[in-house]
Design a protein around this ligand. Structure first.
Ligand code: UDP
Length: 436
């Protein structure tokens, strides 16, 4: 492991929660493997260095005005970030690579930052890519343009139930819903695909037992090394990358509840639950159209809830999912939440909103059978079905744990990744390990 100590890796996350969390967890995993870590980050949503005193942080100016950063058009925002960050990123990367004191020898880029590719090539540094979605939804997203060409997209109401034969059991209604200008989206997706194809390897936050068929197809489609080393989050505290302050009062509230009864609700939109069912609900600021919903709830309502419900703005999600009182997770099926729920053995009630969430939800309900899909509200029949699925959820929890243990698939893949980073460096710099 000592030979890795002077190997510095740079990681550059897309500045949104669902990307920052896995990137920081990956950084921690690689740090535990003996690598030194530099986190490059935009001004927008910059992480808190004090949560990671063992990493070096360097900021990249994104030049975004407040009005630009707060747009709800994700495609436009990614396009702006790609345009504004390219030059300052390249300049910073060159400095880091040529630094006399612990130069960066490998960049772990985010697939959605297309400019990484040219910048790394010009700076003469090896580049790997992290894809923060699952392998299945990555394949579906990569096929977006051809799905559009074959008339599956944009989604038509009359075709919602049509199967998409290339991606069973996906139906048209499960395809990613991404709003934004099609040309800009195509550019981002094209850069993502090309950037992965000619990278030195792709790292995925998933594991073989969960997504073996998709991983196997990915390996055929992309002639590069593929490292499924997840679930990442099992290596560190959930709070480390949180952009919002966690409200820990929900843990003491959970402590007072009966085992497996509480429904944890987190997807940032208005939902209702059976009035006898205890629940813990995260309403993130800005996640519902009435901006200060939580502040405006009458105090008598909150007091009446105290026994049966708890509402917070941001929860320590890993701790909540691991709590004995939590019996189900009503989720939007972001990939991190999905994987966190699977690895804690918590049954999911799926209510996807957009992007890869629909694909994740379909696999949760129809392939892994660790949750139920809320197509038409929360019916009694669905709840009964959900309870039958609890046992399966527990089985996947075991698999998510065993893959990380010595000899497990993610453990071996991580070992392969660490060696790959070292061998890549010897290839690019014409040295070998013994001279390091
Ligand atoms: N999360 C959290 N507290 C909350 C809600 C979410 O810590 O109250 C974390 C959650 O553990 C996950 C991330 O935020 O790691 C959300 O990522 P995901 O991919 O599930 O959804 P996205 O935010 O990208 O839609």
């Amino acid at each position: 492991m000592n030979q890795r100590n002077n190997r510095r890796l740079a990681l550059f996350p897309v500045p949104f929660q669902g990307y920052i969390n896995p990137k920081l967890h990956l950084a921690q995993i690689l740090h535990d493997q003996g690598f030194s870590i530099t986190i490059l980050h935009t001004d927008l949503n910059s992480p808190d260095p004090s949560s990671h005193p063992h990493f070096t942080f360097r900021s990249i100016s994104d030049g975004l005005r407040q009005s630009e950063a707060s747009t709800s058009d994700g495609v436009r925002l990614m396009t702006l970030l790609n345009a504004r960050c390219a030059a300052p990123f390249e300049e910073r990367l060159r400095e880091e690579v040529s630094s006399l004191d612990a130069p960066v020898t490998c960049l772990i880029a985010d697939a959605l930052f297309g400019f990484n590719r040219d910048a790394a090539e010009r700076a003469g540094v090896r580049r790997m890519v992290l894809r923060t979605t699952g392998a299945t939804s990555f394949r579906v997203l990569a096929g977006f343009r051809s799905l559009r060409g074959r008339g599956y997209l944009p989604i038509e109401e009359s075709r919602l139930e049509d199967p998409v034969p290339e991606f069973p059991p996906i139906r048209v209604k499960d395809l990613p819903r991404i709003t934004g200008e099609p040309e800009l989206l195509d550019q981002i997706l094209n850069d993502m695909i090309e950037g992965i194809k000619d990278s030195s390897g792709v790292i995925l936050n998933t594991f073989e037992d969960l997504e073996q068929p998709a991983l196997s197809l990915l390996r055929q489609e992309y002639p590069i090394a593929v490292f499924p080393i997840g679930p990442f989050h099992k290596c560190g505290p959930s709070s480390s990358g949180s952009l919002l302050a966690e409200d820990r009062s929900c843990i003491s509230w959970l402590d007072k509840q009966a085992p497996n009864l509480v429904v944890y609700v987190s997807f940032g939109s208005i939902a209702s639950v059976n009035d006898q069912q205890p629940f813990l609900w995260v309403i993130r600021p800005g996640s519902v159209s009435s901006s200060e919903l939580l502040e405006n709830l009458p105090s008598c309502f909150l007091e009446a809830l105290e026994e049966r419900g708890k509402i917070v703005k941001w929860a320590p999600q890993h701790e909540v999912l691991a709590h004995r009182a939590v019996g189900a997770f009503w989720t939007h099926n972001g990939w991190n939440s999905t994987l966190e729920s699977i690895s804690k053995g918590v049954l999911m009630i799926c209510m996807p909103c957009f992007s890869d969430q629909n694909v994740n939800a379909r696999f949760v309900s129809d392939v892994w059978r660790v949750g139920v899909h809320l197509n038409n509200g929360l019916e009694r029949r669905k709840i009964a079905e959900a309870i039958r699925r609890l046992l399966r959820a527990a089985r996947f929890k075991e698999k998510a744990n065993s893959c990380l243990m010595q000899g497990g698939s993610s453990f071996q893949s991580l070992d392969g990744l660490a060696n790959h980073i070292l061998s890549s460096e010897s290839f690019i710099f014409g040295s070998n390990e013994s001279s390091a």
